[in-house]
Write a protein that binds this ligand. Structure first.
Ligand code: NAD
Length: 376
């Protein structure tokens, strides 16, 4: 079985699907691994490191896309690269399937087994392949680093002969994987952290990390069977925004991470709240890639409002730590292939009855097979 990892083509992407450790693991299974030359250029893994790990390094991208049994990449492919995949090839990447119906059709037409990393079920068994979590964790860390870097103030309290400097006040909205890491990172830097989530269990986790939980009476909230938050009503959102606004006004940094699976993120901070925030405060919007939690966030941009609030919506925050992002992503890919590896045939067995596979395989055998994307 030949596994190919092409170089990412989007200039905004710094990560790679595989790192040398992942290559080693795949080779130990008995796979042949080929990577495109330059795959790890932006994640500090030179071609030589992939060769040492046992991969073949190639410049023949088109040839390998057409001959590989499994293609591993970070971002969804362009149309012409789907057409070149060989019949029955397995393609694993982020696919954004909710917003890409044509891409899915194209994969089906090519008889590709297209696996969407976003759709890997949130189960204990699948945790080792959960790329959403592995990347969100790093994004949470980076969000605090970025906030600290943009502020003209420090995070920890300092008692010095020249006087006492108060600790920074950080407000984390959305306490999932990214939010928890943001809290832990801000606490390690000495900030006072307040956190809010619509899920009570998330607030308890925030408290266990030393954050103060903001509790707002919103009536019924809750989560889906996958652990994601349920969408709130417009009335609930209005109450949330009002209560949160008071904390935002006192905060030096606000980190928003509230996403809704498969849907645009809710707007949690509107212009009236930003107008009350302190000069020099910073908002890092980790939900920027699904529309943003902050009114006026523009994906890929950072801006300063008239009242001196910096709003950062650059997106792909994990890409700022591309070495580790590629390490854990590579591990997710290798773990997935390993999990479904068949020792006898030295290949992956596709079984649409399997809970993990049925959760993340979108197309197979010329059809859209995933329940959520099937055409009636
Ligand atoms: P996410 O990125 O979809 O959302 C981030 C956070 O925003 C969530 O905690 C969510 O509750 C919160 N949120 C949504 N709407 C909000 C609102 N209006 N106001 C405030 N917060 C809001 O979620 P995620 O981080 O990918 O995962 C969420 C949860 O899923 C985790 O905390 C965990 O419990 C569970 N999970 C389970 C597994 C597993 O079992 N393998 C793996 C990963 C995550």
């Amino acid at each position: 079985m030949k596994i190919f990892a092409p170089k990412e083509t989007d200039s905004a992407e710094t990560r790679a699907a595989l790192d040398p450790a992942a290559v080693k693991k795949l080779i130990a299974l008995g796979a042949e691994v080929v990577v495109e030359s330059g795959l790890g250029d932006r994640s500090d893994n030179p071609d030589a490191a992939f060769e040492t790990a046992g991969a073949t390094v190639t410049t023949d991208r088109a040839g390998l896309l057409g001959s590989a049994d499994i293609v591993c990449r970070v971002r969804k492919p362009i149309d012409s690269e789907i057409s070149s995949l060989k019949d029955g090839a397995i393609h694993i990447s982020f696919l954004d399937p909710f917003n890409e119906p044509e891409l899915i059709e194209k994969f089906a037409g090519q008889k590709t087994t297209a696996i969407s990393l976003e759709m890997i079920p949130r189960t204990t068994l699948a945790q080792k392949m959960d790329a959403i979590s592995s990347q969100a964790n790093l994004a949470g860390y980076v969000s605090v680093m970025v906030a600290a870097n943009r502020m003209n103030a420090i995070f920890p309290m300092m008692m010095t002969p020249a006087g006492t400097i108060s600790p920074a006040k950080v407000f984390v909205i959305g306490v999932g994987v990214a939010g928890l890491q943001a809290i832990a990172t801000a606490k390690r830097l000495g900030a006072r952290v307040t956190a809010f989530d619509t899920r009570e269990e998330a607030l308890e986790q925030a408290e266990s990390l030393g954050a103060k939980a903001l509790r707002i009476d919103l009536g019924q909230t809750g989560s889906t069977d996958q652990g994601y938050a349920k969408e709130m009503t417009p009335e609930q959102l209005e109450i949330q925004r009002t209560e949160q606004g008071k904390i935002c006004a006192q905060s030096d940094a606000v980190i928003t991470t509230a996403k809704l699976f498969g849907r645009p993120a809710p707007i949690l901070i509107k212009a009236d709240v930003i107008a009350q925030m302190k000069h020099g405060s910073v908002i890092v919007d980790l939900a920027a890639d699904t529309g943003g939690n902050v009114e006026g966030t523009v994906l890929g941009e950072e801006k300063v409002t008239d009242n001196g609030v910096t709003i950062i919506g650059t997106g792909n925050f994990e890409g700022a730590v591309s070495k580790h992002a590629s390490q854990v992503l590579g591990s997710n890919f290798a773990n997935m292939i390993d999990h479904f590896w068949d020792e006898e045939s030295k290949g992956i067995t596709i079984d649409l009855e399997d809970e993990i596979q049925s959760g993340c395989i979108i197309t197979h055998g010329g059809e859209i097979v995933h329940e959520r994307f099937k055409k009636d």
